[in-house]
Design a protein around this ligand. Sequence first.
Ligand code: ADP
Ligand code: MG
Length: 561
Amino acid sequence: MSAKKANLSGELKKYFGFSTFKGQQELIIQELLEGKDIFVLMPTGGGKSLCYQLPALISEGTAIVVSPLIALMKNQVDAVNGLSSENGVAHVLNSSLNKTQTKQVFDDIKSGKTKLLYVAPESLIKEDYLEFFRDVKISFVAIDEAHCISEWGHDFRPEYRNLKSIIDKIADVPVIALTATATPKVQDDIQKTLGMTDALVFKESFNRANLYYEVRPKVNVDKEIVKFINKHKGKSGIVYCLSRRKVEEFAQLLQVNGINALPYHAGLDQKVRVTNQDKFLMEEADVIVATIAFGMGIDKPDVRFVIHYDFPKSLESYYQETGRAGRDGGEGHCLAFYDPKDIEKLEKFLAQKPVSEREIGLQLLNEVVGYAETSMSRRQYILYYFGETFDPVNGEGAKMCDNASNPPKLKDASEDLKKVLKLIQETSEKFKSKDLISVIVGKENAVTKSYKLEQTSFFGFGKHEKDNYWKTILRQATVQNFLQKDIETYGVLKISPKGREVLDGKFKDSFLIAEDREFDLSQTKADSDQVQMQASGSLDQNLFGQLKELRKKVAKKCGIP
Ligand code: ADP
Ligand code: MG
């Protein structure tokens, strides 16, 4: 072992051509070669693959690498096979192989030729495979994208759940689990599910200091994005939308506006998808408009912006998606458009899900709202979510967000919070935000009437402020955990233990909200979006003439030169 240890740099050079290890790679590899169980939490692009590829290449036997996506496996296998002078040290074992191919893979493992075997978890379960693995020399097991084990991760895969028992059946070998998801909840889930509570944990910072984070209210979003992209003309960027329909419409809209954009979503024909992705990678297209189906395993180093047309379902997803910007260390602008109504839609969608999924989903959404509306350093907020503390003044990249470069005015709303909590207490915690606001600003509705709330002393106590102000108070109070939404009667606001402390006078901090951040956009939303959408319709080969006209019209309409 020690001979290997001394020589790791040499092996790195020999196989990968790199002269130095990145981050903690060397330490991780040493410990793995010593036979320890390892848990690696490293952001995307940190160099996780090498942590198992290199030791696999220099160990006796075959390392089993569990990976969730066939496409990812293929990429990796090709990459590894490109490294070694002997051909074919890495193979894939999954449902895409036919009988002959499978047999060939098995033969190569038996002969000791195969150093890395990439398998999908569902293939690993097969009885005859298990039999086979027990008879050959396995060096260790690597579980890549290990967050797939956790429902709290951004990509839960039930097949990952049983990995522990399968691995136990195969061999008593070291296990290395790797992920770019580091929320404390997910980390805990992974370690427990894999029985790795004693594993050595290597965690690297998730701070992406070169990324600039910005959130804008979702007003005139189409126009805003067109303007933004025009400012970054010729640069690579991704625009994420939630729905496939939106992806197609918006890609068209960008095209109409003279931007070289292509759509990407899982509903597109496979050929179209691959072509569009390749065009983006080869820089024949500047912008890809996509659902979240786009991006896993995409390694385009010079993506200069990631725009979220719609807000994502979790902060984790947001981090992953924005993480595709600036991988080369250069500039990366992460711009998200936020409308509380979008969140309400997501909440409604979750309301139809089974209880556990719904609860998780709602909590994750709550974090998203907190991020969108926060007045603190966005970087600090994200890193806090990953269990990291960040110094918003001197930390690396501290200036790189809208809140840092243009700090919002803060308002101490502690008194208003108290009033709201009192109202909720006195009305027996049975109303939703909408009805509470009616009571606060003194607007009758069916609910206030049926409960005769107009006759109470508190009806209209807050009418000197706008509805939006109170909405912000209620949302921030929820995000900051003074209130919690009741899960069963979804949307009903209840007072949390922390909220009770406020009522009892035990809570001494102040409740701060950003004064000039109002996110209810119903009054300001322009209808120009709609017009453009209808006008663009579906694109056709012979529509160029009309297209030109249209482009002019739309440009005029949007005020785009
Ligand atoms: P992750 O899986 O953590 O997202 P990858 O394993 O895909 O990251 O590695 C990201 C990139 O970093 C790859 O292009 C890889 O070749 C490169 N890389 C990894 N280790 C090193 C190293 N020691 N020196 C230079 N580049 C490295
Ligand atoms: Mg990886």
